[in-house]
Design a protein around this ligand. Structure first.
Ligand SMILES: C[S@@+](CC[C@H](N)C(=O)[O-])C[C@H]1O[C@@H](n2cnc3c(N)ncnc32)[C@H](O)[C@@H]1O
Length: 421
């Protein structure tokens, strides 16, 4: 049924927009984004490849129960020499500087492999005088080396654009005085309120147990995403939303615009939505675009159009209720050559009627823009998911957006003549 429709943009809900996801590299889209958003961004977060020499993927989990049925779809390659890496960083930091307002700040997230080159690029483009912090994000997850101390921290370099920057530490409390291990003496004040006290240079310092405490430049209270964390999208290098919420909240006010030029699975967007900020995301990986589409279903977000190639056989049905259409995916059959290379369990799942589909979003197409009114993602309970959604009846070209196990996205119109099938 139907060809992939030529769409210019996808809106994932009909409400007022809060976020935009652009597709392409910093080099490809930089000039256009700089012209459109020059000086409008309050905070840029950059989480580029770390020069690991590896390849990263998106795990498409079809079943949560044993045996695990999942396919790793390539997302991006992290193979750079030092010169190529420095060039890529300089391009991204230069674009960030153009996007930033004069009170804006930049966070560049790397690890010990790339921190020297990152610091050099930042000093050169942002100015060494605008360096604010080298934040250490320490965590426990991952393997355990015995040829050297296990490497258990990332480095987040924090710079401002000018000396007149916005920063609010009080927006990011990380506990209370009473909840912390402390060398101070426990006490109660005259009114019975619990506190800690310390005598220093003849002066008594008192901190109340219920007073908030704030993070220093060493962050140990945010853990890496665990394997079964419900926040996980399957994107290999996904960062925890709590990390991005801390970054966004201390550096922006509600309603401000935050940008991420290496967006991956869209964690910065998720954190911005949760904190009442707007966002601009960029990523050059087609797979990352699919991860973000599935993450933002139903959210006030616009994305660049799908460009996925291929022609799976797709059958839909449509029923009309009281002011609604119920649109269901009847079957989704992968092209034969695509099935050939699949691992046996995934191949078996994909051979069922809808086993290769991951999500269904339904809405209307108007002048090349697809606006979604309802969407559903498979929940991992069944190898053959029920993907059925109801949308209000409007005049217009009814259409669906479907993602598949291979990480592709397809937009096609729902024909009139399938009513009641
Ligand atoms: C470490 S991941 C980001 C992960 C993200 N912070 C998250 O939480 O999911 C880096 C991302 O940068 C993207 N990327 C690499 N080089 C790029 C470039 N030159 N322009 C835009 N995106 C790029 C990759 O496709 C990848 O998704």
């Amino acid at each position: 049924m139907g060809d992939n429709k030529s769409t210019s943009a996808i809106r994932l809900s009909s409400g007022a927009l809060r976020g935009r996801v652009a597709f392409g590299s910093v080099a490809e889209r930089g000039a256009e984004l700089a012209a459109e958003y020059y000086g409008e961004v309050s905070c840029v977060y950059l989480d580029p490849p770390f020069m690991t020499g590896g390849d990263f993927s998106l795990s498409r989990r079809l079943s949560n129960s044993s045996p695990r049925v999942a396919l790793d779809v390539p997302a991006y390659s992290d193979k750079f020499d030092a010169d190529g890496y420095s060039k890529m960083l300089r391009e991204a930091v230069s674009l960030s500087r153009e996007l930033l307002s004069d009170t804006g700040t930049l966070f560049l997230h790397v690890d010990s492999r790339a921190s020297l080159l990152a610091r050099q690029a930042l000093d050169e483009v942002m100015g060494a005088e605008n360096f604010l912090n080298e934040i250490i994000w320490a965590y426990q997850s991952g393997g355990w080396a015995n040829t050297h101390f296990p490497r258990k921290h990332d480095v987040i370099l924090f710079y401002s654009k000018t000396k007149d920057y916005f920063f609010d530490l009080t927006a990011v409390p990380c506990g209370t005085v009473g909840g912390r291990n402390s060398h101070m003496r426990r006490a109660v004040d005259e009114s019975g309120r619990p506190c800690r006290e310390i005598l220093s240079a003849g002066k008594l310092y008192r901190y109340y147990d219920d007073e908030p405490v704030y993070p220093s430049d060493v962050w140990t209270d945010i853990s890496h995403l665990q394997q079964r964390d419900p926040e996980r999208t399957g994107y290999d290098t996904q960062k925890p939303q709590a990390l991005l919420e801390r970054i966004i909240k201390c550096s922006t006010r509600e309603g401000d615009l935050v940008a991420d030029l290496f967006a991956g699975s869209g964690t910065t967007g998720a954190a911005a939505l949760a904190s009442g900020r707007r966002f601009l995301l960029l990523d050059m990986s087609d797979t990352a675009q699919t991860a973000m589409l599935e993450r933002f279903i139903g959210q006030p977000v616009t994305m660049d159009a799908p460009v996925s190639r291929g022609k799976p056989e797709i059958k839909l049905s449509k029923q009309t209720g009281l002011g609604i259409y119920i649109v269901s995916l009847q079957s989704f059959t992968l092209e034969e050559d695509m099935q050939a290379g699949l691992p046996p369990l995934v191949k078996r799942a994909a051979a069922t009627k809808r086993g290769a589909a991951v999500s269904l979003v339904c809405g209307y197409l108007d002048s090349g823009v697809f606006t979604a009114y309802a969407g559903k993602k498979r929940d991992g309970k069944s190898l053959e998911p029920e993907l059925s959604v109801s949308v209000p009846v409007y005049d217009g070209e009814l259409a669906v957006l479907i993602t598949d196990v291979l990480g592709r996205r397809f937009c096609l119109s729902v024909p009139d003549n399938i009513e009641g099938e």
